[in-house]
Design a protein around this ligand. Structure first.
Ligand SMILES: [Zn+2]
Length: 388
């Protein structure tokens, strides 16, 4: 792949919560990675680079959805829908983390079956990423009978995520905690369903269950869709350092409570955003943008920090090399601006006003994969190929 340069950028929302806005207007991409960030002087060595004129719009990292119930390819059996991943890409999502594949028809619930499903899920999404989106599938669902050797084998086969605990037959901390220890020992990231029962067959999980099980991620601390009480939220926030996931298909009142409390307590770096879809709630192509808008417009979170919750924060939790605008990171980027008719003056201002920004370009590994989103409202200042 040749060199790509994005220039005339109005604002760079970096996704890094320690420095959420970068003072620069040009990004150079080489060999799928961000190679330089700076001013127009970077154009001096453009050579035969493909140049994108951001037209004064805002660049953010590609968004993450940390809670997706993928199944196989771009098909959602729960809602009998195709192409939801492609649709999310048009909402700026370039990385998806599976929270387990419980919608797989006839999902096997024995140890060999759940292990096999995780291995197939992981390999199939890496072999054929739907719409180019970096889908990390094959999040193993914990079932009774799994052994430490199973975790070793799964890791060797590319599985590295434990889908939300509570979906399978392992529900209680006394059963889950030893498996979580094995998982951590072998380099897995672990998620745990939190709150009321989501679908028949899964279970209600309390703050106490979460604290005793020690996952990395408190999946949908605002409920999926039924939330724990505010007192239980307080316990999880105060007694652990786990990542706090807010989902779109959850309880909006608790989402607001968590965001405000995280701000008050200096815990905004722990908050990450997911959709919890496909699910009974449906499919929300713009769900991650909606989370950003809710946090910024309703919960008084600075919009550039809301961007971090959808990008750099989850990148830290999951340890992947995408999610911030920084040299050496994978060049997964979104160019967005205030949508036509908004009171917002730019993308961040629109998000703070509660308006979904308009996306003009999405890049994955430096390749333009969306030109003019089919799902967001149109951007006032749309990026365009640079013509001399
Ligand atoms: Zn759940």
């Amino acid at each position: 792949m040749g060199k790509v340069i994005i220039t005339n950028i109005g604002t760079i929302a970096s996704g890094n919560i320690d420095e959420p806005i970068l003072k620069a207007d040009t990004i150079v991409i080489e060999d799928k990675l961000i190679a330089a960030i700076g001013g127009k002087e970077l154009l001096d060595h453009a050579g035969d680079a493909r140049i994108i004129d951001a037209n004064g719009a805002t660049v953010t990292p590609g968004l993450w959805d940390t809670h997706v119930h993928v199944t196989s390819g771009d098909y959602a059996p729960r809602q009998k829908t195709l192409d939801f991943i492609s649709s999310a890409l048009h909402g700026g999502v370039t990385t998806m983390i599976s929270a387990g594949e419980p919608h797989y028809p006839g999902r096997p619930k024995d140890p060999a079956g759940t292990k096999a499903l995780a291995i197939v899920g992981s390999k199939s999404f890496y072999n054929a990423p739907p719409a180019g989106v970096k889908v990390h599938g094959g999040a193993v669902i914990l079932e009774k009978g799994l052994t430490e050797a199973d975790f070793v084998e799964m890791k060797e086969q590319g599985v590295w995520i434990v889908g939300e605990i509570g979906l399978g037959s392992i529900k209680k901390p006394e059963d889950a905690a030893p498996m979580v220890e094995w998982a951590h020992k072998h380099g897995f990231k672990v998620q745990m369903h939190t709150g009321g029962t989501s679908i028949p067959g899964s279970s209600t999980v309390t703050a106490d269950d979460v604290i005793r099980t020690k996952p990395d991620v408190v999946s949908h601390i605002n409920g999926g869709p039924t939330a724990v009480s505010q007192a239980e939220v307080d316990r999880i926030m105060d007694e652990t350092d786990f990542a706090l996931e807010i989902v779109q298909c959850g309880n909006p009142k608790i989402a607001d409570y968590v965001a405000r409390r995280a701000k008050e307590k200096g815990m905004l770096g722990r908050v990450i955003f997911g959709n919890d879809a496909p699910s009974g709630t449906g499919l929300i192509a713009l769900g991650i943008l909606r989370n950003m808008c809710q946090a910024a417009s309703v919960s008084d979170i600075a919009p550039e920090v809301a961007v971090c919750m959808a990008t750099g924060n989850p990148a830290k939790v999951y340890g992947l090399n995408t999610g911030t605008v920084a040299v050496g990171k994978e060049a997964d980027l979104v160019i967005m601006d205030t949508p036509m008719g908004s009171i917002g003056t730019d993308a961040l201002d629109a998000i703070a006003a509660g308006d979904i920004p308009g996306i003009s370009f999405v890049l994955i590994n430096g390749e333009v994969v969306v030109q003019k989103s089919r799902n967001t409202p149109p951007a006032v200042r749309a990026a365009k190929p640079f013509i001399l």
